[in-house]
Ligand binder design. Sequence first.
Ligand SMILES: C[S@@+](CC[C@H](N)C(=O)[O-])C[C@H]1O[C@@H](n2cnc3c(N)ncnc32)[C@H](O)[C@@H]1O
Length: 269
Amino acid sequence: MINWSDEWKKFRESSSWSQELMNKGITSEEYWDNYKFGDRNEEYNRLAGYPGHLIGRMLRLVSSDSSVLDIGAGAGAYAIPLAKEARKVTVVEPSKGQIARMMRLADREGLENIEIINKRWQDVGQAELESYNLVNAAYCFHMPEIGEALQKMLDVTKGSLFLVSLVDHGFADVYEKVFGQEKSDSEYIYLYNMLHQMGYTANLEIMTRIYQIPLEMQMEILRSSYDFTRGLEQRLMDYLAATGRLVKLDNGVWVKRRYKDGMIWYQKD
Ligand SMILES: C[S@@+](CC[C@H](N)C(=O)[O-])C[C@H]1O[C@@H](n2cnc3c(N)ncnc32)[C@H](O)[C@@H]1O
C-alpha cells in the first residue's frame, strides 16, 4: 500500500517551491516577509477571480455566530471576507510581512474580530486553539508531517474543514519549455489521498478560473522567482505568443491564464 505521508515528503522535497527556497537560502517566512509582489496581491486576486467561488462556498456555512480558523492566511484573501460575516476569525500565519498586509486591509474595512497566532501551524499548541465551526487552509502546506498537520486541523473542527490546493496553474509547459523546469504532480492529490488513508473520505471539487492579467504584472510575478536575462525574456515572449497566450488590447498587452484550484472539504457530523 502506498504510504501517502512518505510520498508527501518526497513530493515536497522535489517541489519547485522547496528548490527555490533552498537556492535562495531562505526560510518560507523570509520569502513571504520580503515578497515584493505582495502589495499587488489584492489587485492580482481581483483580476484572477480568487478566491471567487471558493470563498463563496465557505461563506454559505458562516453566520454571525461562527468561529473560523484560517491557517496560512497570508494577506487575508479568505480571512477578510470571512471576518465580515463571522463572529471571530483566528488566523495562523508565520510571516509578519503577510500579517501586516492583512491588517492593513482589516483596518480599511474596520474589522476588529481577527485574532492572530504568529506561528507555523505545526508549532501551534492545542491549548492556543478552540473548536471552530469552519477551518480553512489554502495554499499554505509547507508542512513536512502532513498527517499530523491534517489531524490537528480535524481535531479543532466541529463543522467543516476546507483545504484549497493546486490542481493546475496552467503554466507547466511555460516552466518546462522556457525555464527548463520539470513538470511536477499536483499537490491536491496528495492531500486528498492522505486524508483518505487517515480514514476521512472527503469531497473534492475542481474549480477552473479563466482570466487575463497585464503582461507587466505577469513579468513582475515571474521576476520574483527567476533571474531574467534579455535572452530568457525574449524566449518567454516568443513562447507566450506562439502558444496564443498574448492578447493586445487598447491598454496594453495581456496574458491569458487558466488556473484550476482543488477544494477538498470534509463535513463533521
Ligand atoms: C500562497 S500564500 C496563501 C495565502 C492565503 N491562504 C491565500 O490562499 O491567498 C501562503 C501562506 O502560507 C503561509 N504558510 C506557509 N507555511 C505555513 C505553515 N506551515 N503554517 C502556517 N502558514 C504557513 C505563508 O507564510 C504564506 O503567508
